[in-house]
Design a protein around this ligand. Structure first.
Ligand code: ADP
Ligand code: MG
Length: 693
């Protein structure tokens, strides 16, 4: 296989466009893409035709508008290219109108009450800034998804709006530094993706995995991750075959799959792509997750993307590496070497720090889900408390700024921003703080709180918007300054001083940190029920309206969707538990008990000792009885939840009442699993599943 030849072969990329489109059309489209301008309608028809010819040549028969509704996954509805012509024949046709706009019934997608049933129509509109591609014989056209009244129903539109806001405000800052040549600033993202691979047969044998993506029962296996022998360990042949196939499929889709390795838990792995512009990274991460599932199926495997498929074993997250780039190739979070570059870097750095401190709530809630609640704070992922790690070197620089002292690190000194140079910052990866939720890693920030299943659009909408708004504030101040260098120094120094509390270099997993964070007044929002209602806080609504990212109605609808999703997921989990408990576990243990009782009875008549039998029978009978009633209790609470009130009250009820009842139910089952004959236990155990590949 020649990778450069297959790379991007299923993508209608810039290069393909240049080949297939008339010069003028290509130029016009390129302008649209580069400068984020509206599309010239005359261009659409020509592009559509070229796209169709290219796709048909590659064997495609259908096209679809591919979009990202609030479900968190992607949506597609295939239409074939066929158009009837005289003589009972068909031709393959695709019009500019079909490319640019599609109509779809919006009523079956989550809208959080934005779209009433009577106005159920929605439409999709081509986003020419991400490329069309072929997947399973279908030409996929990346689109945004809106209601006819103009309300946004997807994750893509606000992402594009947040990118626009960031561009606008970052350009203002660059102009202040005398940079006139940069035309565009855009956020970049590299999303590292964790996942589990298990044998397909194990998956099929577990209703909980099938219905909820995670195991709702399961005792810890004798061997877990305690030997720490899986991380970066040699990769098994079957997994390598999967990874090879996966990389190939991703490369064909133009996705820069780069790094693959084993993760901490048995059966857990990671894939990291090379970073790219955020909206493309977001599309590609969705495609990556979808492709993982598909390729796994071909290998007789199942790919689990749930945040916490197994209790007591590390869950899966997603690391969102984020920075800002210019069209001239500058990384704005790369400390430069000249005083001016350093000053600019420190300003952008300060903006991120202030943004994170002021909007801890938004960052926390944008990674809130029923699944991720199991991870955050579980000593394997960053806690539910948001803080920023800058590293010792930068903190020392900041301290020097604050004390107006000379910074004496690495032989260099800094006194005044914009005048002196910063010391060279070590790019060494060894001293990185892997427990930090928001860590500076040399030339980018790594937001580590995302769950594995998340669309990265949500978190990036927040990061872009809060940084954009902070840059706006900075630009407002600096544009008024008579002495720019002095004002810059003051602003940066003040920002770090005011927001010092958000900086933390220590161990985020420690209990002391939770106490310390509380003293510092940082937010600690452990569950979705705590975090999500903050979305619609006045200051947040004002932020989104100011930056043109969401209207208040959109904020409220999104909050409602997230809260409802939490309650729905827990309902499914609860019902699945009740079913497994009553239909599988209870009868299985009863059957085993009956065998034990029979054996004990017969042994006793022979005068054989039966102390062990009696102990086992007593323990299992008690557990099974308790299991039965705990299942009834979960059932009762699920019924009660329906009357709990609005979305927020319902979520609260699930967090406070239903989850503890589910945990109780689980505890009886897990105890019995360890005391029941393997022959009787109704589904594969953790040991079976985790070491199945
Ligand atoms: P590690 O964190 O494992 O040392 P890297 O630093 O190479 O690995 O990068 C991790 C991820 O961060 C990769 O997906 C990489 O492409 C991405 N990344 C690197 N630079 C940037 C950047 N400027 N903007 C966004 N993501 C980046
Ligand atoms: Mg990482």
């Amino acid at each position: 296989m020649k990778v450069p030849e297959i790379f991007g072969e299923n993508v209608f990329s810039l290069q393909v466009m240049q080949e297939k489109l008339p010069k003028e059309v290509f130029k016009s489209l390129k302008k649209t893409i580069d400068e984020d301008r509206p599309l010239d309608p005359g261009v659409a028809a020509v592009v559509a035709n070229a796209m169709k010819d290219w796709a048909v040549e590659k064997g495609a028969t259908h096209f679809t508008h591919w979009f990202q509704p609030m479900t968190g996954i992607t949506a597609e509805k295939h239409d074939s290219f066929i158009t009837p012509v005289a003589g009972g024949k068909v031709i393959m046709d695709f019009s500019g109108k079909e490319l640019v706009m599609g109509e779809t019934d919006a009523s079956s997608f989550p809208s959080g009450g934005v779209r009433a049933i009577f106005e159920a129509r929605g439409y999709t509109a081509w986003d020419p800034t991400s490329y069309a591609f072929i997947k399973d014989g279908t030409l996929c056209i990346p689109t945004v998804f809106l209601s006819y009244s103009g309300e946004v129903l997807d994750k893509k539109t606000p992402l594009l709006k947040s990118m626009r806001a960031l561009n606008r405000e970052a350009l203002r800052i660059l102009r202040l530094f005398g940079n006139m040549s940069v035309k565009r600033v855009y956020p970049t993202v590299g999303a590292e993706q964790e996942y589990f691979l298990i044998d397909r047969k194990m998956y099929d044998a577990r209703k909980d995995l099938v219905f909820s993506g995670r195991t709702l029962f399961g005792a810890k296996p004798p061997k877990g991750q305690e030997l720490e022998d899986h991380y970066f360990g040699p990769i098994k042949a079957r997994v390598v075959a999967f990874m090879q196939d996966l990389d190939t499929e991703l490369w064909k889709l133009g996705i820069l799959a780069k790094t693959r390795h084993n993760e901490v838990a048995p059966g857990q792995h990671e894939l990291a792509p090379i970073f790219t512009i955020t909206n493309v990274a977001s599309d590609q991460n969705q495609l990556m997750m979808e492709t993982m599932k598909k390729v796994a199926a071909k290998h007789g495997l199942y790919c689990l993307l749930h945040e916490k498929p197994f209790e007591g074993v590390n869950g899966s997250g997603k690391h969102n590496n984020w920075s800002m780039s210019t069209d001239t190739g500058l990384n704005l979070l790369d400390p430069g070497t000249t005083p001016a570059e350093n000053g600019q870097f420190m300003l952008f750095l300060a903006a991120v720090v202030q943004a994170v401190d002021n909007y801890q709530d938004l960052l926390r809630l944008t990674v809130a889900s029923a699944g991720n609640d199991h991870r955050l704070g579980a000593n394997e992922a960053p806690p539910a408390i948001v803080s920023v790690y800058l590293g010792e070197e930068l903190e020392a620089v900041i301290e020097a700024l604050e004390n107006n002292r000379k910074y004496e690190g690495k032989g260099r000194q800094v006194m005044q921003l914009g005048v002196d140079t910063l010391p060279e910052l070590p790019k060494d990866t060894t001293d990185r703080n892997r427990t930090s939720p928001f860590a500076f890693t040399g030339n980018k920030f790594e937001f580590r709180m995302l769950g594995a299943t998340f669309s990265i659009a949500g978190p990036n909408i927040i990061i872009n918007t809060i940084v954009a708004d902070t840059l706006r504030q900075f630009a407002d101040e600096l544009e008024q300054a008579a002495d720019f260098t002095g004002a810059l120094h003051d602003l940066v120094e003040r920002t770090f001083r005011v927001h010092e509390r958000i900086l933390f270099n220590g161990n985020n997993y420690s209990e002391e940190w939770a106490a310390e964070a509380k003293r510092r007044g940082l937010l600690n929002l452990p569950t979705c029920a705590d975090a999500l209602p903050r979305f619609a806080d006045r200051k947040n609504v004002e932020l989104f309206e100011r930056m043109g990212v969401f209207t208040e109605r959109e904020v409220r609808s999104r909050m409602e969707i997230m809260l409802e999703n939490y309650s729905k997921v827990l309902t499914i989990e609860g019902l699945t538990m009740v079913e497994m408990a009553k239909k599988d576990i209870y009868p299985a243990v009863n059957a085993y008990l009956s065998e034990l009782c029979g054996a004990a009875y017969r042994k006793e008549t022979m005068g054989a000792p039966v102390k062990a039998d009696k102990a086992a029978i007593a323990r299992l009978s008690a557990d099974n009885e308790a299991l039965y009633f705990a299942a009834e209790e979960v059932e009762r609470l699920l019924a009660e939840a329906k009357e709990a009130g609005d979305a927020e009250q319902t979520a609260r009820f699930f967090a406070d009442e239903v989850i503890p009842a589910m945990q109780k139910l689980r505890s009886y089952a897990d105890d019995m699993e360890q005391n029941t004959s393997k022959k009787y236990w109704p589904f594969p155990t953790y040991g079976d599943i985790l070491f199945s590949v």
